[in-house]
Design a protein around this ligand. Sequence first.
Ligand code: F6R
Length: 623
Amino acid sequence: MCGIVGYVGERKVEEVLIDGLKRLEYRGYDSCGLALASSEMEIYRKRAKGRIENLASAVSKNPPGLRNSGIAHTRWATHGEPNEDNAHPHSDCSGEIVVVHNGIIENFSQLKEELIAKEHVFSSQTDTEVIAHLIEEKLKEVSKSFGIKHNVLEPVFFEAFRRAVNLLKGSFALGAIWAKTPDMILSARMQSPLVIGAGENENFLSSDVSAFLKYTKKVYFVEDGEIVVLRRGGANFFDLKGKKKAKEISTINWDLSMAEKGGYRHFMLKEIHEQADSVENTMAGRLLPLEENKVFEEIGLKAELAAKISEVQIIACGTAFHAGLAGRYVFEKLGIKTSADLASEFENRAALLDKNTLVIAVSQSGETADTIHAVKMAKRNGNNVLAITNTLGSSITRESDYTFYTHCGPEIGVASTKAFLGQLTAFYMLALNLSKSKGLLKHENLSKYSQELLRLPSLIKDTLGLENKIEKLTEAFSSKEHYLFIARDISYPVALEGALKIKEISYVHAEGYAAGEMKHGPIAIIEQGMPVIAIATSSSQLDLIRGNMEEARARGAELIAVVDEESRKNVKAKHYLEVPLINELFSAAISVIPLQLFAYYIALQRKCDIDKPRNLAKSVTVR
Ligand code: F6R
């Protein structure tokens, strides 16, 4: 995890870096720091425990003066507790070489021992610090052959950096500066996100485009095993052997307002409200005309290959897994056998997949380490992999054969909301297209389902009308410490998602259960006044869920039911959250919305840090 930023150009370097860090804070936020280089050939370094504001105030108390370049970091601890000593940037013994790093250096213990034997002195417990010392060591080696003359300093630093990077094992996105070469930043990538922003006489590096989007939309996506040399005048790319590479520039179509709060109190609330647009954008230009199988055409999946797909295997983590589990029900209701597994538990299953199984990997960020690892395992077994992601150029797109972009715009709140809706929509479209191309779906049904799908954006807007009611309702529940979410069939993943949302942003205990499982154990925990939230919208399972609700009520549960106008007539609960009626195949995309709002307002009442919940980071890039 963690986020890195780098800047070389004429602007106030510290301002660009601090602003960039604020936009990357969702990647981790237990400590942060920056380092700047100047023509006077000295390094200014400041670090702080906690949030970016602490760093900003430390910098403003002791301003750096005119600077040429700089690198910065926001951290989510993996090695060493979150304190100032372990905050990045880390430096070598001289303090002249500084490094920021996102990822994990797996061979750091061995490298550290070797460096200590060569009398390097370490001042942190991090894996990152070895990189700075390793570059220092390589600098000695290279200087001997190049000689330290002013005109070769940049090539010397490049060569030392290159040699050091070649010794690292694990994952990294790096930024490094040397006091003696203040006009150049060096960077490298291996299995951690890294993107370069190309401006006019200025250049940026970052873990994610949002850090520099206000200055430029022109970007280079860095590949694994590439080294980047960043100067004011441009970016140059090299492989690990030092051979120059040509690189294509891309243009980002997000604008900054899409990444800012737009008047909402939190990104999470803004993103909940953006869900109608997310669904609309995921569908745009892809659904109609139905005959054309536009989705497969866009992703390049040939009709012959689609016809051969025998089964679907879905892999993902967290909320994306819940979307995947809902996807499983959708595929199966349309006649296609499907499994859904947590990416972190998939390793042994990958080798047993039938070769005609299409693997669908879901990841909002496209950078989740477990999901990417699972994709690699499936590829190793010879399976075709389709990625559903929201992030252009992300790692998962490079590992997979096909990519379906959800086009939801940037999701900044750590708790995923609109990405979930985009992922569900992607599943609806893929399942309809696959089922049709395999001859499992009659045209009239395809047309009926597509009409329902097209109604989703407007039904989502109607559902958001529940917000005031939910805000009021949560006043009575904010002190509760335990919640149960129960549902059946295609609503079961929604129960899991409702429980996850409340856990991660309110820090209370919540469980999502398949309602049929209650009697097999979990019902024992129900006691007087315990909130039980049941998804009881119209479906073939409504009578069964009604029975499960009765059982919970008989044991003292305070029932909140998510219903629609039809099911409400038959469901008994203390509180009702009525959502619009839709075919049950698509109901998850509607019934999840009151649960997102419920979690949001409980967290608000409990004064929790909603966009940056404790212990979490937006993108989990370590396994
Ligand atoms: C929960 C949440 C996480 C992510 C999970 C996967 O609100 O955001 O559970 O869904 O870390 O992330 P992606 O989709 O980026 O692979």
